[in-house]
Design a binder for this molecule. Structure first.
Ligand SMILES: N[C@@H]1[C@@H](O)[C@H](O)[C@@H](COP(=O)(O)O)O[C@@H]1O
Length: 254
């Protein structure tokens, strides 16, 4: 794993956006894996800036989002469809037919999960997968206990994730209990490069475990140690528990 400790959230957003923008400039039909949550919002804003000010072209870009809640429609204010549209897609020149986000409101979810996997394969895999991290170490909605053998599927959210996401729904009771998520296997096998973003002190334990801990399904992000091309970009509060930057890490302080 490569580790970049950014001074603050602003810098984390700038570094990640720049990496993606530079990649897109070289590969105009890049396939991006995208994440929701508050952490990547700054990165999306910077990418919108590159589009507006420097004409960064998204017209051939293909995207696959990690996850969506089950039981809410794309128009629900807290759906990840809505989030992605409002935060990013409606501000760039991406073609709607190139956007893929699981649907949590349709019957035959299992069939849909299979088609999602197939669509990723048909696109040639994911060039850059952006990930956030939950304070319990989840990635996408792969909660503790998720196996590295799991593909896109319906998952049960843990109590801590429900609580963490209650701020968006206003009331914990309104947070869906189920979600569709790309699996760890999907992420590990289909991503050529992974950029994981972590911001804030509440992520410090998860970040430390992911990088310095044993590989364990109890901390799903630690399974990323099995991937050869992962860059973790953490701000100083999220990186504060790292005991040492060991030799296997190519540490870059900016
Ligand atoms: N499914 C998403 C994850 O993909 C995201 O990484 C996590 C952290 O969110 P935040 O960045 O708001 O802390 O939240 C949700 O659970």
């Amino acid at each position: 794993m490569e580790m970049i400790v950014a001074k603050n959230y602003e810098e984390l957003s700038q570094i990640s956006a720049q990496m993606i923008a530079e990649f897109i400039q070289k590969k105009q039909d890049a396939v991006l894996g995208l994440a929701t949550g508050s952490t990547p919002v700054g990165m999306y804003k910077k990418l919108i800036g590159y589009h507006n000010k420097e004409g960064l072209d998204f017209s051939k870009i293909i995207t696959f989002n990690l996850d969506e809640y089950v039981g809410i429609s794309p128009n629900h204010p807290q759906s990840y469809h809505k989030f992605m549209k409002e935060t990013f897609f409606s501000h760039i020149n991406i073609s709607t037919s190139n956007i893929h986000i699981p649907r949590g409101d349709q019957p035959q979810i299992e069939k849909q999960c299979e088609s999602y996997e197939q669509a990723i394969k048909d696109a040639g895999g994911i060039d850059i997968q952006v990930l956030g991290i939950g304070s319990n170490g989840h990635i996408g909605f792969n909660e503790p206990g998720s196996s590295p053998e799991e593909k896109t599927r319906v998952v049960q959210l843990t109590e801590s994730t429900i609580q963490a996401n209650a701020r968006f729904f206003g009331d914990e009771a309104l947070v869906p209990r189920l979600a569709i998520s790309m699996g760890i296997k999907t992420i590990l096998e289909s991503s050529k490069k992974i950029i994981l973003l972590a911001s804030g002190e509440e992520k410090a334990n998860a970040v430390q475990g992911m990088i310095e801990g044993e590989i364990s399904t109890q901390l799903p992000a630690s399974l990323l140690q099995l991937h050869k091309n992962v860059i973790v970009i953490a701000d100083q509060p999220a990186a504060k528990n790292l005991k040492m930057i060991n030799k296997s890490l190519n540490s870059v302080y900016v």
